[in-house]
Design a protein around this ligand. Sequence first.
Ligand SMILES: [Zn+2]
Length: 621
Amino acid sequence: MKKTYKLKGKSVTIKPKKKIFSELSESFSQALTPNPPMTVSEWADKYRMLPAISTHESGLWRTSRFPFTKRVMDLLSSHEPCYQIVVMKGAQLAFTEIALNWKMYTIHYDPGPMLYVQKTLDAIKIFMEQRFEPSVDEMPIVRERIGNSSLRKSSGDTARLKVFPGGMIRFGGANSASSLRSMPIERLMLDEEDSYESDIQSEGSPSDLAIRRTANFPRRKIYRISTPTIKETSVIEPLFEAGTKERYHVPCPFCGNMDWIRWANIKYVNDDPNTAELLCEACGCLIAERYKTQMLSNGKWIAENPHAEYPSFHISSLYSPYGFYSWKDAVRHYVKAIRNHDNSSLKTFVNTVLGETWSESGKTVKASWLEGRKEQYVAEVPKECMVLTCGADVQDDRIECEVVGWANGLESYGITYKIFRGDTAQNAVWEQFDTFTKQQFRHGAGMLMPITCVAVDSGHRTKIVYEFCRMREHRYFFPVKGDDGWGKGLIDRPRKKNKYKVWAFRAFVDEIKSTVYSYLTISEPGPGYCHFPNIPEYDTEFFRQLTSESLKKVWSQGKYRLRWMLPEGRRNEVLDCRCLNHSALTILLPDFGKLPINEPIILNQRPIKRGRRRHSKGVNS
Ligand SMILES: [Zn+2]
């Protein structure tokens, strides 16, 4: 029973002894019980500061701005039992910031050994300079744990290692085996895994090499995240399929129906991006984008395979918060790619906006169908052509070349195809070829038109080709060597001349052939369409060779790869010449939009700018 006494005029209540003891012991035990550990999202909401220089919105991180990231971040918290988390995603969704949140959390709150891997060591260097260091500078509590800022001036391995009490973060490149195999790792992040080389320095896949480092940690955590690329060879898509397959479902503001945002439900009128809205399949309403914020904050992840071994997520850029990438932007990108039959832009859209893989297989074109399309040009070069290029394929005993005219929207016109026979180790055949390339062609507008750029295959007779091109650099002759690989654009521009003093270009033939074949399938004149002249050089053999290859999935060096294959006994010089013409045009990068229509253009001979690369037309991540 409580008793109340008067003491110096104030009333004092005394509780029975037993009760006092029980309350004391309760508060004592509360003090001894540790707080539940903080999750990565709780930590980020409390501490993470976004630097102004590298982010869209600076200041304190708010998970509520990107509500779909909360579950992913919380699974990264070390008290969560799952060992692997897979995210297949589009761009502009703050997943790079999540990666930084996890790193900062590891440094400041819950230390352990971590390895973070990007595509190349160069990419890692840029990431550290532009994202990691500015983020650390913004947060003194993190900076003081890494200490020693002089490390920032060091180079190589030391620069890519951050040590702090209880842990360290190593930054590795998927192109360098030595940067991946150094030490045991508890937390591993594989960023943009679909762009990794499949085999590095004969030690197997970079992902496997890094994952092996985690074997000794029972509480290991592997975070695998990527924008997908090609369906046939993607790493991230099969990982997503084998996991829980979670998609972020959001409520319709009108009927409350939960569904995920799919591209098929983005509706627009007359190709006008400003009309973009989301269709609710349940009530048939069109939802304006301004409802996105409220929809995202009331959304939840729903798993298709809830009993799978690990969580996997898919999310597209259509979820990018209001004020970032919009549905309008997505429609604009899509409509432009479709209008121009621009396959590479469409592929970028599917990969980086929808976060889905792009299938390359099934592209075949019938030779007879193309041959039946031959047409009588009014002039040698139709008046639509603004630039002429030439692509030359070099064999032991001959040089084969095609001249192609290019019009707006990359609509192309075959002009002529020539074969110069003779030993290509000797001068004579090269002289014939040189004389031919000096020729000018009668343009539909009346004037004579020269060839603006010549791409010569340097895979064979390499030194002779180098010397031939070096002497003709002022006429825009360039050696081009074919190389494998997807997702690197059409060509790689040299940063400087090679030791033979030429600008030697690399052409990614898989990607170029894919472009050539997608243009060949276009059946109506317009952007991308290929015209062929009704002249004897464009005979049945020409079209047989042009359509000779097909895409095949082949097993090589421990991984499936997608390669263009030539059936036995078939020849493909015509296809190679067409690819070299695409390379020549890409080297020139003419801005057709700024060229006068229906007038031949002789581009000024200008020096090549150093280090210029072909940029993706897609959205930035
Ligand atoms: Zn609805």
